[in-house]
Ligand binder design. Structure first.
Ligand SMILES: Cc1cc2nc3c(=O)[nH]c(=O)nc-3n(C[C@H](O)[C@H](O)[C@H](O)COP(=O)(O)O)c2cc1C
Length: 327
């Protein structure tokens, strides 16, 4: 019979109690009438299973902890998103900011305001004359090289600056571009953007437009042809009562009204323009003009005298009955 020595999980030299006393297990197996060799094989299998079970348990608990951590991360993310939605709601429906801003104006000292008292017939005549003048306004996309004095532009912008604005914030900045290089940079940006638009819109269309026609469509020569390019910016943030308010929506409305008054002034001065959307080039134009972070480009207005042979589309206005409801 082979003499077996003690097999312990820890060597005796450590002086610690063995974790598994292999001799006890061997004796237990022998007591079942097994031979020493086969009992050692079974012992190895049992220990092997133990090790596998231990590893499986460790992996399981690791996965469990990872899952828990991910759950927590998801929870905090959804909390953040909800918070963002709260903020977004406030931005969109900012009624509070709206009324706060009005209170700010109403608290100002009051002064007497005198309006011209016109005879009724003069009021009728003036309104008719103004209409006749505005009726002549058309968007012009061809400009003469004739110079316009800077003083005229200043007067036009002073007129735009008389516009009403929410809380009298006057959230507009009119950038007057005369530098030919800057005008060209802005034109190139617009054209690149517009070209992408057209190409992606027309791709695959049943009616394929002629290439030269396509080029005419996305080109913006008037941006550089007019002696001035006005880049209309509006503030998107404002410090009100020591807090930063996002008044984007109302500032857009205020600035658009100022542009309306500016268009009337341009017409009255015998000059021409075309309201031009910055498309996706707004942020790049802002960067070129080094506008501050709290400003955004709203519209572009090339400004000058119309070219002598200018043509415009033959558009019709809706009759007054169609745009009016009398109550
Ligand atoms: C907000 C706004 C954006 C416009 N954007 C462009 C533009 O990017 N390019 C353009 O050629 N005309 C643009 N227009 C001009 C319109 O096409 C033009 O006003 C309209 O066709 C009516 O013509 P009228 O201005 O001659 O009356 C814009 C007008 C507005 C009000």
């Amino acid at each position: 019979m082979k003499k077996h020595t003690h097999h312990k999980a820890y060597g005796d030299s450590t002086g610690r109690e063995p974790l598994i006393d292999l001799e006890i297990i061997r004796e237990w197996l022998v007591s079942f009438g097994k031979e020493g060799h086969s009992s050692e094989a079974i012992l190895n299998i049992v220990v092997g299973f133990g090790v596998v079970a231990f590893v499986v348990y460790q992996c399981g608990s690791l996965l469990y902890r990872i899952n828990k951590r991910e759950e927590k991360q998801l929870e905090s993310k959804s909390r953040q998103i909800n918070q963002k939605i709260d903020i977004t709601d406030k931005i969109c429906g900012d009624e509070n900011v709206f009324s706060d801003l009005h209170e700010m104006v109403i608290r100002e000292k009051m002064i007497l305001y005198r309006t011209p008292h016109l005879a009724e017939e003069t009021t009728v005549k003036n309104s008719q004359i103004f209409y006749e003048e505005m009726k002549m306004r058309r968007s012009c996309r061809q400009f003469s090289a004739r110079d316009v004095p800077l003083k005229v532009v200043q007067n036009l912008l002073k007129t735009a600056g008389t516009s009403p604005s929410v809380g009298n914030l006057q959230p507009w900045t009119f950038c007057v571009v005369v530098n030919e290089n800057i005008k060209m940079m802005i034109r190139k940006m617009l054209e690149a953007d517009e070209r992408d638009n057209y190409v992606s819109r027309k791709k695959g269309a049943a009616w394929v437009v002629d290439v030269s026609q396509l080029q005419d469509t996305w080109k913006r020569p008037y941006i550089t042809d007019a002696p001035y390019l006005l880049v209309v910016c509006h503030e998107i943030f404002k410090n009100v009562n020591n807090t930063t308010e996002r008044v984007f929506h109302y500032n857009q409305i205020s600035t658009s009204i100022a542009v309306g008054i500016l268009l009337a002034a341009i017409q009255s001065a015998g000059l021409s323009t075309v309201v031009t959307s910055p498309l996706n080039a707004g942020p790049d134009i802002s960067r070129i003009l080094r506008r501050p972070e709290n400003e955004s480009v709203l519209l572009l207005l090339p400004l000058g005298y119309a070219a002598e042979d200018v043509t415009v589309p033959d558009l019709k206005r809706k009759p007054v009955e169609h745009i009016t409801k009398l109550y």
